[in-house]
Design a protein around this ligand. Structure first.
Ligand code: FAD
Ligand code: DLZ
Ligand code: SF4
Length: 508
């Protein structure tokens, strides 16, 4: 029998309402899902991320079958698996003799390039549909961005609030302000009670995927145990409910805090589900908004959370598609240092980095401030090649896909785009980490010492970074004050900072 359409669903499109499925006909079309080496190894993804995606894909295929779809699922070890999207689509078209290919646009430029070649290569109509799981379309983002001197998330975010009606009171923001971030910077006390996120025990399918990944990708970074991710929309939904009930009320207050041994604090641990399609971002925001209206969560938490999703998440996606492919080569500071080996092993005396890296190895997760102000901040201060740290972030987190990871890394964390995404570099000395965490109290380095072998390395690196990049940063109005502090320092003090930083960098 000839099939009408082949509907390719990618591993991060696991939503029943993804546009390709909405456009398909379940009585005549075949849905294709494929496990391929190319996706697992174009960067050598964290083992847990691969197991999560494969297990979620297999569960999604079962769900579609239950809903009456015909599903063709190519397992990693299937005989003849060509191990690429292109190869598997080609084989499936031959198998099903279909007359059209339907697919939702991918999240990565690399895959989009391949898809754009398919119509000619495969000799049949290929319909690449817009991914309408995002609030802002590509056309809307372009329209918003064109003609603007600066692209600032805050103004974009207001447009998204207006578009969605989230936390809006007519034309005005609920509570009279768009942004409550100034209330969201509390450090967390050591003895704070922090409910853990909703963890899900691996089921039989997940256990099988953990074994498969352990065998197929033994050299990849990361631990498979403990596996805590939900792999179905139903279980991800339970995680969302748990977050709204238990954690959301304090999300805002402690958003920037870090604590030794606390991997999640009050963060939602939902990004992997949202990005893979198990949760719908707008639905998540509406449910969180409802918690405010129900009086179970305060406005600073609810607004802060919604801003991360309809603000930052949509904004970085807009930047990615507006600026790719050149964006990936950004290197504003022209830095070329290799990534220190301890990013893979955690073997460093710097407690903050060791904590963030070892938990990343264990969980395939670290929260935003660990990513931005610890691993990201250090890489920027040390002058690591932005491409190398970008690859690291894409490998190590279960929520990492290039459309969201690349702008966060190159733009927000490394300032490698020269200020397209953020107005100043997120550079900080040990003082910031000490204020927002309890890492320093157990560290072999002394955060109060500025220079010398016992001093926290972030301190000298911070001033050395500003000094080294003065030619391109001094003109930034947000850094004027800090350069005045540097300029007022004695020449000998400046020399001590430079020498201390140089000595430390030699050890990397
Ligand atoms: P929460 O703190 O609970 O936030 C709620 C939700 O808001 C998240 O689930 C996520 O969907 C969204 N969100 C929050 N911040 C951002 C942001 N800056 N950009 C986009 N969405 C955001 N996020 C990814 O989803 N994938 C990545 O690959 C990724 N790489 C990053 C790399 C660097 C260097 C930095 C600084 C940030 C990166 N982020 C990335 C953003 C952010 O750190 C994660 O979204 C967040 O830590 C996920 O944990 P959570 O679900 O507990 O988030
Ligand atoms: C991340 C990932 C991995 C590890 N494996 C697969 C896979 O085997 N099959 C699949 O369809 N998707 C996978 N993914 C997600 C893709 O990398 C993702 O869909 C593309 O990067 C486009 O965003
Ligand atoms: Fe990190 Fe410095 Fe604090 Fe050690 S002293 S934990 S290196 S900030």
């Amino acid at each position: 029998m000839t099939t009408e359409s082949l509907v390719l669903v990618l591993g991060d499109q696991l939503s029943e309402t993804v546009s390709s499925l909405k456009a398909a006909n379940r009585s005549t079309d075949v849905v294709l899902l494929v496990e391929v080496n190319e996706e697992a190894t174009y960067v050598r993804h964290h083992k847990k991320k691969i197991a999560f995606i494969f297990s979620a894909m297999r569960h999604f295929a079962d769900l579609l079958r239950r809903f009456g779809w015909t599903v063709d699922y190519v397992e990693l070890t299937a005989p003849g698996n060509s191990h690429s999207f292109t190869g598997e689509v080609e084989r499936a078209i031959a198998r099903h003799r279909c007359t059209r290919l339907l697919v939702t646009e991918p999240g990565e430029w690399r895959v989009r390039q391949a898809m754009d070649s398919w119509q000619v290569r495969l000799g049949l109509p290929v319909e690449i549909l817009e991914d309408d799981r995002f609030v802002c379309t590509h056309a809307e983002f372009e329209k918003w961005a064109i003609g603007r001197k600066r692209l600032r998330m805050e103004y974009f975010y207001r447009e998204m609030r207006r578009k969605t009606g989230l936390l809006m009171d007519g034309d005005s923001p609920v509570g009279g302000r768009w942004n409550f971030d100034s209330e969201n910077r509390k450090p967390a006390a050591d003895d704070l009670f922090i409910p853990s996120p909703h963890f899900v025990q691996p089921d039989e399918v997940t256990r099988e995927m953990m074994d498969l990944v352990g065998r197929a990708f033994p050299d990849h970074f990361g631990d498979l145990e403990p596996f805590r991710f939900a792999v179905t929309a139903e279980k991800a939904e339970a995680a969302l409910e748990h977050f709204i009930r238990e954690t959301l009320p304090s999300f805002g207050d402690y958003q920037d805090a870090m604590l030794r041994g606390q991997h999640f604090l009050y963060h939602s641990f939902l990004s992997a589900y949202i990005n893979a399609g198990l949760l719908d971002p707008l639905d998540v925001c509406r449910r969180v908004e409802q918690a405010y209206f129900d009086g179970t969560a305060p406005l600073n938490a609810v607004e802060g959370f919604i801003r991360q999703i309809i603000g930052w998440r949509e904004f970085v996606r807009g930047i990615y598609w507006l600026k790719m492919p050149d964006y990936a080569d950004s290197n504003f500071f022209d830095t070329h240092r290799a990534l220190p080996d301890f990013y893979w092993t955690g073997e460093t005396d710097m407690d903050c980095l060791r904590e963030a890296i070892l938990q990343t190895k264990q969980e395939a997760y670290a929260h935003h401030i660990q990513r931005l102000m610890v691993t990201g901040n250090f890489a920027m201060l040390a002058g690591v090649d932005p491409q190398k740290i970008h690859e690291w972030y894409l490998v190590v987190y279960a929520d990492a896909y290039e459309w969201v990871e690349l702008p966060n890394t190159l733009g927000m964390s490394q300032f490698a785009d020269g200020g397209l995404l953020g107005s100043k570099p997120y550079a900080a000395s040990g003082n910031y980490i000490n204020k927002m965490s309890n890492y320093c109290s157990a560290c072999r380095y002394d955060v109060k010492q500025k220079t010398g072998p016992e001093a926290c390395p972030f301190n000298a690196l911070y001033w050395d970074f500003l000094d080294r990049n003065g030619a391109v940063l001094r003109g930034n109005p947000r850094l004027g004050q800090i350069y005045r502090v540097w300029d007022r320092m004695k020449v000998e003090t400046q020399e001590l900072y430079r020498a201390s930083a140089a000595r430390f960098l030699e050890t990397l």
